[in-house]
Write a protein of this length. Structure first.
Ligand code: ASP
Ligand code: MG
Length: 403
């Protein structure tokens, strides 16, 4: 069986940890598996390199940034390979280019265009364990080193697993899987055995430190079975992220996510005529603002109320953009003391009463719900931020996620 294993920054954060990773690889190898391991830079290394660059310039040349940042991953790939060879295993490191990862030339945020697997396939058939420097590739048009954006080593791993048709792609971090909610908020949170790609994407806030969202999207597209597990407790099985069809008895609700980094923009008494929403959201998109929830309802006297949420970091940009629309409504307000709690589960497609339970939980704790919006597999509520943790715990309980 072919395993693609990815080890994140904390998993290779010290020389001792790199040795621990070598032991994990050895175990699989001794059991007869073929292995392609993808490594991140040692934790903190990429940030340190960015700081070095900023010491000289706040707007460093992006081609040079890629040259600089890609070095972190190369260091760990070579060290891990050296450690494995010392254990008597045959390993070889590869840079992104050597692994055949061809990208666009959007430096510092390149996209993978193609993977030429011939180098890797040759090495595997020669009995080698391959250690790939994650997060990087080579641009198709000018053959320069590129990087894939922060957290991009996950993407490397998933892309390689897809191209090599690996049996499994295991992402190792310091967390042993995906939980029903953030265990720091609800200590009774349970680790999920399996979860579908779509649920994982919706529960992004739970997986934020564990899996890069772009890589989950790619796993879904390429049909790669992903596992989130810990290199600190390799004996513990992680969470499998897979096709919905592979999950026999999906629970109605899989998890509760919390997003504190949203601002609610409210527009009251918006003139009810065609073209307003188009104009507003086009302007926001042009300003590169990622709008999350959008809710419009009919008001009195030919007006509507329009609410939407944007990331907290974009508040100033949003206010500036909205100046152009001040005359289209009676009032616009901004509230950053809110949060979004979401209930996610593929099982809710075919069950009734899921939403009413959520509202009952909120009512019981006297939490007022500002906005409700739903999709096929998600119910989201905007509530006051001060109730965030209480809401998460109540929802966790009402859906019996601790059972
Ligand atoms: N080292 C890169 C970063 O810190 C890539 C990664 O770790 O996935 O963003
Ligand atoms: Mg990382």
């Amino acid at each position: 069986m072919l395993r693609v294993l990815k080890f994140g920054g904390t998993s290779v954060g010290t020389l001792e940890r790199i040795n621990g990773v070598a032991q994990i690889i050895k175990k699989f190898r001794d059991a007869g598996d073929d292995i392609v391991a993808v490594v991140s830079a040692m934790s903190g290394e990429t940030n340190k390199l960015i700081e070095y660059a900023n010491n000289f310039s706040q707007t460093p040349n992006e081609i040079e940034m890629d040259m600089l940042l890609s070095s972190g991953e190369r260091v760990t790939s070579a060290l891990l390979s050296i450690a494995l060879n010392e254990l008597g295993l045959q390993a070889t490191s590869m840079s992104g280019r050597e692994a055949g990862i061809v990208t666009t030339s959007q430096h510092t945020n390149a996209r993978i265009e193609d993977i030429n697997t011939s180098n890797m396939k040759d090495a595997i058939s020669n009995g080698k364990i391959i250690i790939v420097a994650g997060f990087q590739g080579v641009s198709a048009n000018n053959a320069r080193v590129t990087t894939l954006g922060r957290g991009g080593s996950d993407l490397t791993a998933v892309a390689l697993a897809g191209a090599l048709k690996a049996d499994i792609c295991e992402i190792y971090t310091d967390v042993d899987g995906i939980y029903t909610t953030d265990p720091r908020i609800e200590p009774k949170a349970k680790k999920l055995e399996k979860i579908s790609y779509d649920e994982m994407l919706e529960l992004a806030s739970l997986g934020a430190k564990v899996l890069q969202n772009r890589s989950v999207e790619m796993a879904k597209k390429l049909n790669v079975n992903l596992v989130s597990r810990s290199s600190f407790t390799p004996e513990v099985e992680g969470t499998l992220i897979t096709k919905e069809e592979n999950i026999m008895e999906a629970p109605v609700v899989s998890g509760i996510a919390l997003d504190r980094n949203q601002i609610r923009v409210g527009m009251y008494g918006v003139i009810d005529k065609p073209g307003i929403a188009s104009a507003i959201f086009t302007a926001l998109a042009d300003a590169d603002i990622n709008v999350d929830m959008i809710v419009q309802t009919r008001g009195l006297d030919n007006t509507t109320n329009l609410d939407f949420t944007v990331p907290t970091v974009d508040i100033e940009k949003t206010k500036t953009t909205m100046i152009a629309f001040e005359d289209d409504s009676e009032k616009i307000d901004y509230n950053d003391a809110i949060c979004k709690v979401s209930i996610v589960g593929v099982g809710m497609k075919s069950h009734t009463g899921v939403a009413s339970k959520a509202f009952t939980a909120m009512a019981k704790d006297n939490i007022n719900i500002n906005i409700i919006s739903t999709s096929e597999i998600k119910i989201s509520m905007i509530i006051d931020e001060k109730y965030a943790e209480l809401a998460v715990r109540s929802l966790h309980e009402i859906y019996e996620l601790d059972k």
